[in-house]
Design a protein around this ligand. Structure first.
Ligand SMILES: Nc1ncnc2c1ncn2[C@@H]1O[C@H](COP(=O)(O)OP(=O)(O)OP(=O)(O)O)[C@@H](O)[C@H]1O
Ligand SMILES: [Mg+2]
Length: 382
């Protein structure tokens, strides 16, 4: 059973108590079929409804761009810009406990510009720190089936928002690894040894941060998985990207001849992974496809819990993927989540169980809003 989660808009003080940071304004220009669209979302649950191809996923894509400076659907900028235009812009206003921050991203041709509080940002990393965004969509349920790269990304996202110094160690490791690989390809033994020392120094930090994060995260994951009906006996196991109990430097030294022959580095956190165990055995061998989906959702949902500054959770068209019982379980977790949520559905009946808890509804038709939310008296301008 769900319980009412928080007071409705416009009693915003109640929201702010729970949701410390949220997007309270989004302006989108020339993104796919969204020519000019402005939203004033609530800090709680925002429902975006509309028929197929009305632009629901594109709104989530806009929010994703504000966090990652990248889309989750395409790597090609031209796909994002409205056909016939040569530029697009998304901007957002983030309300924090005591302050407001303006973030924006624009593309003109292949040029990208990121702006934070009116200033051009030097790098994507500056944007990343502002708005933690997680996404659950039909493509995401393969998290535990996909290659380890998706799971490393998952880990890195969590560590990045937990440990601000992590990004530097990660970058230094990547740089040393690339240099070592380049030396290996040129058969430069000495260069490979030197860059190996550098890679081992930062690789150990990357690995330790990931291991610590996974350990701290486990309690949150187990609690969320239990709420989603996945049972009690779940554990997460970190799988370091090199064998045995060896120190990373020793592993790189031992591998040198093999690496020189292959022209690449076999050992290191670039090969890290983690697995989920149920009753001590890998879930992949025990869980049904539906359970694997819920497991992936449990991992993503749980990542919002240990955060010191929760951000936005984007949920695209997920209800249609689950049976009624699992939909109800998922709704219950969503309702009790203490973060800003954007959820899409082709019609509100598809998320019927969630409706009593929805704070704002945005109805879309052909890239425009049909009417403001009934719960949002301040939305007259929409
Ligand atoms: N670059 C572009 N320029 C103009 N329109 C585009 C561009 N890229 C995609 N579109 C169109 O934008 C529309 C909105 O797509 P979107 O995926 O956001 O819809 P949706 O509401 O999520 O649909 P569904 O319910 O089917 O998931 C589609 O009709 C798509 O063809
Ligand atoms: Mg869609």
């Amino acid at each position: 059973m769900t319980t009412s989660r928080r007071t409705r808009w416009p009693d915003e003080s109640a929201f702010r108590y729970h949701v410390e940071m949220f997007l309270h304004r989004i302006d989108i220009f020339r993104l796919r079929n969204l020519h000019a669209l402005s939203l004033n979302p609530a800090p709680g649950i925002n429902l975006i409804t509309g028929p197929n191809a009305s632009g629901k996923t594109s709104i989530l894509e806009a929010i994703h761009l504000l966090s990652y400076a990248r889309s989750f659907r395409t790597a090609r900028i031209a796909d994002l810009i409205t056909q016939g235009s040569d530029s697009m812009v998304v901007s957002g206003r983030l309300r924090q406990t005591e302050s407001e921050r303006r973030i924006g991203i624009g593309f003109r041709g292949n040029r990208r510009e990121i702006r934070i509080d009116g200033q051009t940002a030097a790098s994507r990393a500056e944007l990343l720190g502002n708005l933690p965004v997680r996404l659950i969509d039909p493509a995401r349920h393969t998290l535990m089936d996909d290659s380890p790269r998706a799971r490393r990304r998952f880990l890195d996202w969590g560590v990045f928002y937990h440990e601000p110094s992590y990004l530097e160690a990660w970058r230094n490791y990547r740089r040393a690894l690339n240099q070592r690989n380049a030396a290996l390809k040129r058969r430069e033994r000495q260069g490979a040894i030197l860059w190996g020392q550098e890679a081992a120094k930062y690789g150990k930090i990357v690995s330790r941060c990931r291991r610590d994060y996974l350990e701290a995260f486990t309690t949150h994951f187990v609690a969320t998985a239990r709420q989603l009906g996945l049972g009690e006996n779940l554990e997460l196991r970190y799988l370091p990207g090199w064998t045995g109990e060896k120190d990373l430097l020793t592993a790189l030294t031992d591998d040198l001849d093999k690496d020189l022959r292959a022209g690449c580095t076999h050992s290191g956190p670039h090969r890290d992974d983690f697995m989920v165990l149920h009753g001590g055995r890998p879930v992949r061998r025990r869980f049904s496809r539906g359970q694997m989906k819920l497991l992936a959702y449990a991992l993503i949902l749980a990542q919002g819990r240990p955060m010191t500054a929760p951000g936005c959770l984007l949920i695209d068209d997920v209800a249609s993927e689950l049976d009624l019982k699992n939909q109800a379980l998922l709704n219950d977790v969503i309702v009790h989540s203490k973060e800003q949520i954007f959820i899409t559905a082709t019609h509100s009946e598809a998320v019927a169980g969630l409706l009593p808890h929805v704070d704002r509804i945005f109805r879309l038709k052909q890239g425009g809003l049909t009417s403001p939310s009934p719960h949002s008296p301040s939305d007259k301008d929409l």
